[in-house]
Design a protein around this ligand. Structure first.
Ligand code: NAG
Ligand code: NAG
Ligand code: NAG
Ligand code: NAG
Ligand code: NAG
Ligand code: NAG
Ligand code: NAG
Length: 421
């Protein structure tokens, strides 16, 4: 901020500062007058706003530098501008705010808190803005925020209170209806020690703030598992996108209470099979469509229940596209065309090879038995042979002892060397 830095002597500076203080106070009084309905609700946050809202209340026709504003469309776009912080002077009419393709790095508490608040802001797009840290209460004081897109930011740190207000125990429910968190996984070297899945889950469940959330997108995040309690805390979900992750199993996830669920995207994961419990839960949801393409289904005996279910259910979209990935002999077989006879549990050996191994075992056992019989019949000859060997050994050992003793006795050594003289 260039304020007053190039002005004259200190006395003039002081007077200027006084005048500015008076102006700020005036602005505060006028903005908290009862004509401004929305600001009265946020007056409890005055101390923390003082730092964020250093700017004057913006004029209605004002537009932040490097942004494009349309009052008619109630839209502000600050796109691909390399902004390093959220503009302070956003116009109060803004309903759709695009802050994509910037270099924001950190979203501090109250990053969008303004006086008066941005009461109209409903859709906020922060996609691809190099955010790596979203702090507690970053979206506080946005009473109408329905849609938030944080995709394509390497979020090494997402505060558990990012969506719930910095004090979850007293925060009101979040107004969010759509939360888009695709590809927010940071590169491996930037990851905290705790699991990324756990960090995201903590932010989704904190303070039960997201009870009204209808759409949640978590695609392309390398999720290895879905933390157990996440879905239980999001009862209004209608659309859940978990595609392009690394989910191996859904055994510990419960969909039972998601009665509003309409679409469940699980394409491009690492699912091997769905078990009875999961199948029953999905079948119990009244409106759901499930997408399961491009998973490495394992077609052994554990697949039998799922195949039976697939043949009957209408829940799975494009169920005729699902194919086996393992074992080798089943690769690319269509799940719907399998019978229980195709599904056996010998993942290592195909049945033909299995019988040949049994045959080999029998032959080896026979050879062993014949060998023992030959030994038994020749038992006398063998005994004699053993004796011979033992005798030979004994002779040899005695000779060795004798020589050793001779060499080891110093007197004998002396004797022999003296006798030479
Ligand atoms: C943003 O930064 C990139 C490289 O850091 C540069 O190529 C681009 O021109 C910058 N864009 C603007 C609008 O300054
Ligand atoms: C947010 O902006 C990105 C980049 O322009 C776009 O791809 C994405 O669809 C937008 N998100 C929403 C919810 O409109
Ligand atoms: C949250 O608010 C409650 C009640 O005002 C207070 O007791 C608690 O210490 C606060 N927690 C934090 C983390 O500020
Ligand atoms: C992660 O753990 C390693 C050792 O296991 C430690 O040196 C490092 O400081 C930890 N990093 C963080 C961010 O906690
Ligand atoms: C799937 O996720 C990976 C990494 O998360 C990403 O690089 C890739 O572009 C994603 N694919 C699609 C089709 O979104
Ligand atoms: C489902 O809801 C019922 C009643 O609301 C509750 O008792 C149960 O714990 C919930 N189950 C799960 C898995 O969230
Ligand atoms: C799964 O359910 C079917 C039908 O309800 C049943 O026949 C089958 O034995 C069950 N499978 C397991 C592994 O419990």
């Amino acid at each position: 901020m260039p304020r007053g830095c190039s002005r004259g002597p200190a006395a003039g500076d002081g007077r200027l500062r006084l005048a500015r203080l008076a102006l700020v106070l005036l602005g505060w009084v006028s903005s908290s007058s009862p004509t401004s309905l929305a600001s009265s609700s946020s007056s409890s946050s005055a101390p923390f706003l003082a730092s964020a809202a250093s700017a004057q209340p913006p004029l209605p026709d004002q537009c932040p530098a490097l942004c494009e504003c349309s009052e008619a469309a109630r839209t502000v776009k600050c796109v691909n501008r390399n902004l390093t912080e959220v503009p302070t002077d956003l116009p109060p009419y803004v309903r759709n705010l695009f802050l994509t393709g910037n270099q924001l790095a950190v979203l501090p508490a109250g990053a969008f808190a303004r006086r008066p608040p941005l009461a109209e802001l409903a859709a906020l797009n922060l996609s691809g803005s190099r955010l790596d840290e979203v702090r507690a209460g970053a979206f506080e004081h946005l009473p109408s925020l329905r849609q938030l897109d944080l995709s394509h930011n390497p979020l090494a740190y997402l505060s558990p209170f990012a969506f719930s207000g910095s004090n979850a125990s007293i925060s009101a429910p979040s107004p969010l209806v759509e939360l888009i968190l695709n590809h927010i996984v940071p590169p491996d070297d930037k990851r905290q020690n705790r699991s990324f899945e756990g960090m995201v889950a903590a932010a989704l469940v904190a303070g039960r703030a997201l009870q009204g959330l209808h759409r949640l997108e978590l695609a392309s995040n390398h999720f290895l598992y879905l933390p157990r309690d996440v879905l239980a805390q999001l009862p209004s979900l209608g659309h859940l996108d978990l595609s392009n992750n690394s989910l191996v199993s859904l055994t510990y996830v419960s969909f039972r209470n998601l009665t509003h669920l309409e679409s469940l995207h699980l394409e491009d994961n690492a699912l091997k099979v769905l078990h009875n419990g999961t199948l029953a839960e999905l079948q119990g949801l009244p409106h759901v469509k499930v997408f399961l393409d491009n998973n490495p289904w394992v077609c052994d005996c554990h697949m039998a229940d799922m195949v039976t279910w697939l043949k009957q259910t209408e829940v799975v979209q494009g169920k005729d596209r699902l194919t086996c990935a393992f074992p080798e002999k089943m690769r690319n077989r269509v799940l719907l065309e399998l019978n229980s006879a195709d599904l056996d549990c010998d993942p290592i050996l195909p049945p033909s090879l299995q019988t040949s191994y049994v045959f080999l075992g029998i032959v080896l056992a026979l050879i062993g038995a014949i060998f023992l019989l030959v030994l038994y019949l020749n038992r006398k000859g063998i005994k004699k042979w053993m004796h011979n060997i033992r005798d030979a050994c004994r002779d040899h050992m005695e000779g060795y002892h004798y020589r050793y003793e001779i060499n080891a006795d110093p007197r004998l050594t002396n004797l022999s060397s003296n006798s030479d003289v």
